[in-house]
Design a protein around this ligand. Sequence first.
Ligand SMILES: Nc1ncnc2c1ncn2[C@@H]1O[C@H](COP(=O)(O)OP(=O)(O)OP(=O)(O)O)[C@@H](O)[C@H]1O
Ligand SMILES: [Mg+2]
Length: 330
Amino acid sequence: MTPVVPDPVLSVANLRVSFGQTEAARGVTLAVARGETHCLVGESGCGKSVTALSVMNLLPRGIARTADHLRFQGQDLLGMSERQTARLRGDKMAMIFQEPMTSLNPAYTIGSQMSEVFERHRGATRRQAMDRAAELLARVGITAPGMRLGQYPHQLSGGLRQRVMIAMALMCDPELLIADEPTTALDVTVQAQILRLLQKLQQELGLALLLITHDLGVVARMAQRVSVMYAGEVVETGTVAEVFAAPTHPYTRGLLDCIPVPGMTRAGEPLGNIPGVVPRIAPGFIGCGFRDRCTLAMPECAQTMPLRNAGGDHFYLCRLPPDWKRAAAA
Ligand SMILES: Nc1ncnc2c1ncn2[C@@H]1O[C@H](COP(=O)(O)OP(=O)(O)OP(=O)(O)O)[C@@H](O)[C@H]1O
Ligand SMILES: [Mg+2]
């Protein structure tokens, strides 16, 4: 049994990616529906970016992804050629990265970078593409868009560059937007503005938004669904209401322990402080990846973990029963 998302825009089943002796994704399953924000959350090195890059077919050369399926609007992404995925990327599926300076080309103006996407995917003229770019800059809250189109990335502040990246991602009306920690390079006030903008656009455009974050406050404010990743696996998933009301995997409990009431957390709040670090998982590893840090670990945790249902759409990967907290307290 796995979570059921009816008619998802993105569906990933049992995704695996290895970098030599490191297994970065170990059977990731998740789905994002139209009009829904799904947050992928977990500590550094858990495999969040690898999951996103696998969907976009942007893994480093020579690194393969395997999966039971990888579907975008029902189309099989695994069976597509490089050319076919390149045609979708930047068009119907778009991605925003953490650091806009790595994705914006310093040698070209904002206008020429934004219009290039539209000309390539839509066969538009430069004039039409520039008009579209100006319209989107205005939409993401940039004043005097005509003037900004003629500027170079270094002439913009970090917050403005991230707005440009969002506008660029929206040039071709994507169905799916993946935002990989889109605000961590920004200061806290600007982070909040950019997140509000993303939320507004997601709602207005009915986007399927896969939002990667370290910040559980962001999850509580922005998402309807959440998947908690640990060492290459989704260890807990469900609606935000379910997971925040009854976090069940010991890792999720650890993350949430120092978070106050959902919706009341401040932006930029770090993840809970769990002693230890995310281990490097070698291919062939069996059992719970969290067991070395888990205060409840037992010898059975070295065996394959069951995926359990905690009620409704809420699932977790652990040998403990859903009511273990009550049992422990009794
Ligand atoms: N290009 C690469 N070469 C080798 N190993 C890599 C590469 N990219 C990722 N990995 C490994 O894959 C694992 C998952 O990395 P990933 O970048 O997906 O983590 P993340 O959850 O996005 O972390 P962060 O929050 O720091 O962005 C890590 O162990 C990392 O070392
Ligand atoms: Mg990352």
